[in-house]
Design a protein around this ligand. Structure first.
Ligand code: BES
Ligand code: MN
Length: 457
């Protein structure tokens, strides 16, 4: 049996930043590491080539009549910068207190290894453990999974043999309260480039006679929300479904301390659309966010220049039943319409992903058809969480996105049981990311119990 903490340290040492081609070796290292680790448990491992980063697909069968779980994870991580804010180097794992620090420790190397460790234990106890297991580990999650669609189309018939997907790539609010993620926001990414003069200009020689592209970009940005915080794109909210009463009841049970949340954010006040609470805004409502803006002189001191170009990077988080293609078109049309005269606007499409919701058995007034194995998996999770964490889980939607989960539902018809293992203090995507090793242990034990409960009897 392997030691999950030692394995996590090894895994973190491979700097697998999917966004940056300079990390090619780290990507390959992490992919080979995880393929080797899963192979060592007796799985048949296939490394599926894609246009960018390979997907690791591994299977152990046994008997086709056994239930079949698909366990998902991603071996890529976010860029580590700003590097100077790390207390220990991003790709040199370090244990401080009950935490293991390093880029990817929580997103998603540690949580995924919790499931691998659970499988390792079960197979050690019983090499003929009566469950079919497929591991699917991709390397492009943090860049919007561009290769995942073509991969799914090709492996569709094989993957839809599974009964459900099991993963940990979401959050829990505290160690005292496990959350099973019952929904994810979808996503549309785009970039706007505004061009004014054909080249940079002296702002004294030419200033005052033309529209500055930075001003144009900021006017476009400012037009995309109303002052009270709603997205000001005609049609944006048309397809948003009402949240079901059980979801509101579940959120109420979270009983979160809004004031503490405000302090955690470090803001003076919240900025949410009228009539909804910050927690509702986070988990139930769509957004349009500016993730980066630029143009002109960024260096020390001042420079009297009118830049030729300015840009803004935008992502919009979607909720059911907003469709990424439709929202993309609405946002693009609005940007083009609102662009002031005197500049040229180019909008480039980025990645996108469907929003996703799943209803645990017995919650909804309008229950959807669910596979018996999925229903059993939810019930087993409920029991296992109560035993391991001392309290049953809450079932909540998450503000974040794992776009492939909606795609798996659309293409394969499979639902996901998402056991959140990242705490708010894990600093996902930020310097000093870490994973709580108690959570890793409890996550492993919970996964072990769930898999045990759904295996053939
Ligand atoms: N694991 C996160 C998503 C997440 C984090 C969900 C915390 C819930 C709570 C995932 O790796 C991620 O960051 N996804 C990106 C997707 C995007 C790049 C398409 C996101 O949500 O920004
Ligand atoms: Mn992740």
């Amino acid at each position: 049996m392997f030691d999950p903490v030692e394995k996590l340290k090894e895994y973190i040492r491979h700097p697998s930043v999917s966004a940056d081609s300079r990390y090619k070796d780290g990507m390959r290292g992490a992919q080979e590491f995880i393929a080797g680790l899963i192979g060592s448990l007796g799985f048949t491992v296939e490394v599926v080539k894609t246009d960018l980063h390979p997907i690791v697909l591994a299977h152990r069968g046994g008997n086709p009549a056994w239930p079949h779980v698909l366990i998902y994870g991603h071996y890529d991580v976010q860029p580590p910068d700003p590097l100077n804010l790390w207390e220990s180097p991003a790709f040199e794992p370090a244990v401080r207190g009950r935490r293991l620090y390093g880029r990817g420790a929580a997103d998603n190397k540690g949580p995924f290894l919790a499931h691998v460790a659970a499988v390792a234990q079960l197979l050690e106890e019983n090499p003929n453990f009566p469950l079919q297991i497929t591991f699917l580990v991709e390397g492009e999650e943090e860049i919007g999974s561009p290769s995942f669609g073509p991969f799914l189309a090709k492996y569709r018939d094989r993957l839809r043999q599974a009964d459900f997907v099991f993963l940990s790539d979401t959050a829990l609010p505290s160690e005292q309260q496990m959350v099973i993620t019952a929904g994810l926001r979808g996503m549309v990414a785009l970039e706007v480039e505004v061009t004014g003069p054909s080249g940079d200009l002296h702002s004294g020689m030419h200033g005052g006679v033309l529209l500055n592209p930075i001003q144009a970009v900021t006017e476009i940005c400012a037009s995309l929300h109303t002052p009270d915080g709603r997205v000001n794109v005609p049609g944006f909210y048309d397809d948003v479904l009402d949240v079901e009463p059980w979801e509101r009841a579940e959120l109420a049970k979270l009983g979160s301390d809004t004031e503490a949340y405000r302090k955690f954010l470090g803001v003076d006040s919240f900025h949410v659309p009228p009539g909804i609470t910050p927690l509702e805004a986070l988990r139930f409502h769509p957004t349009l966010e500016f993730n980066g803006i630029g143009g002109g002189y960024q260096g020390e001191g001042s420079k009297t220049v009118i830049p030729s170009k300015a840009f803004v990077k935008i992502t919009s988080r979607l909720v059911p039943n907003q469709q990424p293609e439709r929202i993309r078109e609405l946002i693009k049309r609005t940007i083009v319409e609102r662009a002031p005269k005197g500049v040229r606007v180019k909008v480039t499409d980025g990645h996108e992903g469907l929003p996703y919701v799943v209803v645990p058995p017995g919650r909804s007034n309008t229950p959807k058809d669910q596979s018996p194995v999925l229903a059993r998996a939810f019930r087993a999770t409920d029991t296992a969480v109560a035993e391991v964490w001392g309290r049953p889980p809450l079932y909540l939607r998450e503000g974040g996105s794992v776009p492939i989960i909606g795609e798996i539902k659309r293409v394969l018809g499979l639902d996901s049981v998402m056991m959140g293992l990242c705490l708010p203090e894990d600093r996902l995507h930020a310097p000093n990311e870490s994973f709580n090793l108690d959570v890793m242990r409890k996550g492993t034990e919970t996964s072990r119990r769930v898999l045990n409960a759904i295996a053939a009897k």
